[in-house]
Design a protein around this ligand. Structure first.
Ligand SMILES: *Cc1c(COP(=O)(O)O)cnc(C)c1O
Length: 372
């Protein structure tokens, strides 16, 4: 391994903006003629909404989705006045001023939100336009069927809302065989046919892979942009890894056979061992479920060309690797690498969703954005 001259103890999250832009183009091609929106809620899945937003804007994206008005405000500052930013949670009474101040479009999820919005915009010049989100079977946030009937018959309300998007959200898009996809598709078409003719959107990342019937005018991928795979056939998903966690080696030590390693003494050295203490733990988003015990080694990190086992319990700040066979290669400051090309396997090892892993990574790591 090359000589490491200088390093910090702080773990680094690298976000590859070239791979991000490539994934944007790849998903746009998969979505055929549909427009691309980008779902950047939760600080762009933990990767930093401002930088990610600007990179996607640079790649041509002009429609963004966030969960909360506050997220929209940050994104607006980053990307400037031109793009549409929809707030998926809709307007909530405390946030109205943010919607107006940052020109955010609420995604209306209920009659209550619709009526509150119409009241709020009464004396406002050029209020933002809105989206309507119909619940077609996920039974999460969204306008339920009985309220959809009321929207369909209340022309004054619809006019006042100044809608420019009608959307719904799939519950099982990653599973092409699931019958709920067709059910939701049918309900969405039926509901949309009773509404004004504006752009329609149904597909998240998984929905893009379901094919053209699901694309409509606009798609709204999130995880796929960040290299996450969602279907039962991940090998067919051509997105590239975007995110790696780099944890520097802070100490190398010898452990005698019979000693235990880490909290709860959950791993026992059967032979004399060499171990590396690396500087990342669960406070950095490294799942504690990746811990290796006497019963089972769960995962390995990449260290240079090698894969080395994670042993003992992952703690708040540190994780321990077995470098018995590689000691000569490992120097202080060397980087143990997690996720990246291993995002799916390591998420599975941790019994977590790849979405969940990504959103946990941003909290303490220094983020470095690379173009390569
Ligand atoms: C999160 C979200 C998306 C993006 O989903 P991915 O599976 O990450 O592509 C799209 N639409 C809605 C309503 C969402 O909540």
């Amino acid at each position: 391994m090359a000589q490491v001259r200088t390093y910090s103890s702080r773990p680094v999250l690298t976000v590859n903006l070239t791979a991000l832009a490539d994934n944007y183009k790849y998903l746009a091609a998969k979505a055929g003629g549909a427009r691309m929106g980008a779902s950047l809620k939760a600080d762009a899945y933990g990767l930093g909404a401002s930088v990610v937003g600007r990179a996607l804007y640079g790649a041509g994206c002009r429609i963004f989705f966030v969960a909360h008005a506050g997220e929209g405000k940050i994104l607006r500052t980053a990307i400037g006045p031109k793009a549409s930013i929809y707030v998926l949670s809709g307007n909530t009474p405390q946030d109205t001023a943010i919607f107006f101040g940052s020109k955010l479009k609420p995604v209306i999820n209920s009659l209550t939100q619709a009526r509150d919005w119409v009241k709020a915009i009464k004396d406002v010049n050029h209020p933002p336009r809105t989206g309507l989100h119909f619940d077609t079977g996920i039974n999460r946030l969204g306008i339920p069927p009985e309220e959809a009937d009321i929207f369909a018959s209340d022309k004054a309300l619809i006019d006042a809302l100044d809608i420019d998007l009608i959307m719904s959200h799939l519950a099982c898009a990653g599973d092409a065989e699931h019958p709920l996809n067709e059910t939701q598709l049918g309900r969405f078409k039926k509901t949309a046919s009773r509404m004004p003719m504006v752009q329609l959107s149904l597909a998240n990342t998984g929905g893009i892979y379901l094919g053209p019937k699901y694309h409509f005018k606009l798609v709204r991928p999130g995880i796929g942009l960040f290299g996450g795979k969602v279907t039962n056939t991940p090998d067919k998903e051509g997105v590239k890894p975007v995110v790696e966690l780099h944890a520097p080696v802070l100490q190398i030590k010898a452990v005698k056979a019979g000693e235990t390693i880490g909290y709860n003494a959950s791993f026992t050295a059967r032979t004399d061992m060499k171990i590396a203490i690396v500087s990342a733990g669960y406070a950095d988003g490294l799942p504690v479920n990746l811990s290796g015990s006497d019963k089972r080694i769960v995962t390995s990190a990449r260290l240079g060309k090698h894969r080395v086992d994670v042993i003992g319990r992952v703690s708040m700040d540190y994780t321990i690797l077995d470098i018995t066979n590689y000691e000569g290669f490992v120097e202080l400051g060397a980087k143990a690498v997690f996720f990246g090309q291993d995002l799916e396997t390591q998420s599975a090892h941790a019994k977590m969703l790849n979405y969940e892993v990504l959103t946990h990574l941003g909290a303490r790591c220094r983020k470095i954005y690379v173009n390569e």
